[in-house]
Ligand binder design. Sequence first.
Ligand code: GDD
Ligand code: MG
Length: 351
Amino acid sequence: KIYPIILSGGSGTRLWPLSRAVLPKQLLPLVTEHTMLQETALRLAGRPQLMQPLVVCGNEHRFLVAEQMREIGVAPLGILLEPVGRNTAPAVAAAAHYLQAIDPEAVMLVLPADHVIADVDAFHAAIEQACVPVAEGALATFGIVPTAPETGYGYIQSGAGTGAPHCYKVDRFVEKPDRETAQGFVAAGNYYWNSGMFLFRAAAYLDELRQFAPAIAEASAAAVAQGYRDLDFCRLDEAAFTACPSDSIDYAVMEHTRHAVVVPASIGWSDVGSWSALWEVQQSDENGNVARGDVYLDDVSGSLVRAESRIVAVVGVKDLVVVETADAVLVAHKDQVQRVKQIVDHLKAEG
Ligand code: GDD
Ligand code: MG
């Protein structure tokens, strides 16, 4: 049985001012009328091989997450609550321990809550392909053909076939390389971007974690064992989880494991990591604009304009991102939106 694990932490700072710590990217209706979290859950519906999803999120988001699941008629297997964020390796570890108590043979499908997947059938086909090596203990990744030397992604060097259709051994996994290294990978041709989704047996992940990050394996086990259960919620033990080292699954496990496989996946994937990425995944009008809310455009092209609380009028410009919210406004060139992260850092420093 496959148990989807939806990771709904993270704060999506590159989508400021819409995405905030109190209401991060995955809990917002960014692309459709559903939130990113809801889209992630809806994408899994009606697939008999998949169990109900287990959502892992920060304690402060518990009611929003529960309410958003209720709205779409999804009854989660559970909602694991983190008292503090410790990045993805501990979040996935806690889910693995939680599942093993229910089903020692559990296979986990780890899914970020904030990605767009345009081709849902191809996504499920890739999961099915990955099941073959995963049954034998592999940790499966889903590879995206890279289009640019992005430094915010993991890179997967694919090697020999595993014997199973469309599954290849991972020769090397490099998380967030520098620009020059990334350029080399893209030029080499046999590298994929890591999509950030994984399929593995809970037991296989925990075995690797015990080997490469034993402190995370132990602390997360204690956090689940001493956790407090209430209805759908399981509150991870605060002292145990706070003591857990912070690291991502990519650095803690995927860069080290020798059991990784990659399934190339042409699924219309985007992690919507910036305003320009959001512009790209949305249907634009005949002038290449994406407008949301109460917006007036005159002689505007290639722009993303969002009005949340007031009328926004834009005249005679191209390739801009304009995002209005009740307490902050962003105006940036579409090619410069990576710098939005610095705004958030600056505002944090100012207090
Ligand atoms: N529950 C929980 N707790 N979720 C978390 C936490 C946490 O502490 N930290 C992050 N997440 C969630 C995020 O919301 C996101 O959905 C997902 O886990 C991945 O975390 P990111 O912080 O967005 O990772 P990244 O974008 O830097 O890198 C990962 O994704 C890339 C593709 O988008 C890596 O897996 C890369 O290798 C990959 O290329
Ligand atoms: Mg991300």
